[in-house]
Design a protein around this ligand. Sequence first.
Ligand SMILES: [Ca+2]
Length: 591
Amino acid sequence: MRSICQLLIVGLVSVTVAAAGGLAAERPVRLSGSVQNLLVGAKISGNLESFNKGLRGAADHMVYNPQQAEFVQPSEWHEYGVGYGQNLGVVPQERPAWWMAEWSEPVQANWISLTGAYPNQRQPDTAWKIEIRRNGQWTTHASGVAGWYDSGQYAWGGPDTEPVTLDALRVSVFSKDESTPLKSIHFRGEPGRSWIVARLTHDNVVMPAPFQARITPLTAPVMAGQPVAFDGSGSTIAAGEFTWDFGDGSTAEGKRVEHRFQQPGIRQVALTVSDGKHRHTVLAIVRVHTPETLHVPQVHLDTDQKNEQDDQHYFGYALFSELDVLGVNSVHHGGGQELVNYREILHVLDLAQRSGLPEHRVPLIFRGADVRLSPPASGNWYDTEPEVSDASDAILAAARGASPTNPVWVVPVGPGTNVASAILQARAEGLELKDRLRVIWLGGSNNAIIREFNGNNDPWSMVVIAHSGLETWIVPAPVGARVAMDKRKEGHLYADNPLGQYLKQIMPDRNKALYDASALSAIISMRLDLGWIKQVEQVDVAGPDHDYAWTRSEDPAAVRVIREIDQRAMQQDLFGTMKGNPTRLIGVAER
Ligand SMILES: [Ca+2]
């Protein structure tokens, strides 16, 4: 039961950074991967063991290392607590339950971020105290009842906050009065957000500036050796410094600039606008073409890689295909699983490189959502609050760099949170995605978004996508699953290289339905008119009040559901590609 509750945990994307005076400015920021968590070098201890009421985790299990993008200790739940439901009786403030970090030399910090109890084990009556020690003297940094410890986040400081010097940090919890016992006391970790003590500078937070940098979307394909104009004049600032980084080692200054990419390939172009005090960066992902690649479909993968084996096959297929893989997003919901998923993407990419993937085929990888979208009170898809992440920003970057003659396929094979959030962000900034992006989702049952694994994970995100006006295709899981594999009879299909052997090893012995790869086969088939898609139906997609069901539609702009595929052809292409025989896309003329 407990594991189910924990999978439903909803976190906060943004943290609050205090202004110089220490007052919370209520401005959401994101920490970048350059943050050095001082807890990584500290001695961590606690006294929860001494209550003799069972023990969950250990004192250092919540400590997160942003530079490694993982927790410092492997652990299932990344928590430190007494047993679930355990009653400690009245715990007086003089003998509290505590957690502590100690440094051998004093450190300077202007950022403390802690996360409290799990939402299914709330602590509305528990008192807490955060203390810092310097030269043997303890002082109270903050204290209260419930608040962040109840289930939220304690976030103090920011890049403008004067640092404090400390050689220890202690977090205590205790009874708020003489009649309130403590139960289920624990501290939980959250990837990217806690537990972090750091000396922040403006370089390691993504601070919201009072203006936004904007790159005007490109209108034609970018050709190697040819000049391309980049325009930042849509930025919401009249005067400032405009710095461009073209991702090929060259930079430029100015609102409007011209650049020649000498080599074909995939480049991430960044425009940073600064007013001297704040800065904001916006990205465009650009495919630099030769005439032979002009009509190769561009794909932006979006994957919950951790699930079963489908995602790994899909990712390996894309990497060794002739599709232009612009980027790969991670997405997974609840319990810190996004991090596990992200690591698996890196692992499969590493295996692919050891299996001969050339350097110019290595895609950009982005961290994505760990939280699903919620239907807004109005019920209108466009009132939905987006879950902004590197992944949703990357999808927008792909849209800005896309040419309307070759819109990018975004391929979510898990929750649609990243894509839906990108659509909502684009709407807020007036960026038109139609003719720049199209979506093909592997998920849903035969008659509805829900009632199948991918469909249940973030159904509202699919409603947002389906209603946004973007060209949307769905391969329902039962259809995609027909790309089946029986390792006992078909094990020889796997390539004899590190990636092929890993995929073979993680597959179950018996019949396994491989879902996600068929979304990519469908794109290849559409491009070359191969006929692997046998039957398509247009549908309207309903929201939660009608069980997310889909019904037939005559509207040609409606969502297209693929009802039947050529499973044999798709299976052959998947395994043939990974053995080095991809379907030719480069140099194939437009039909
Ligand atoms: Ca998946």
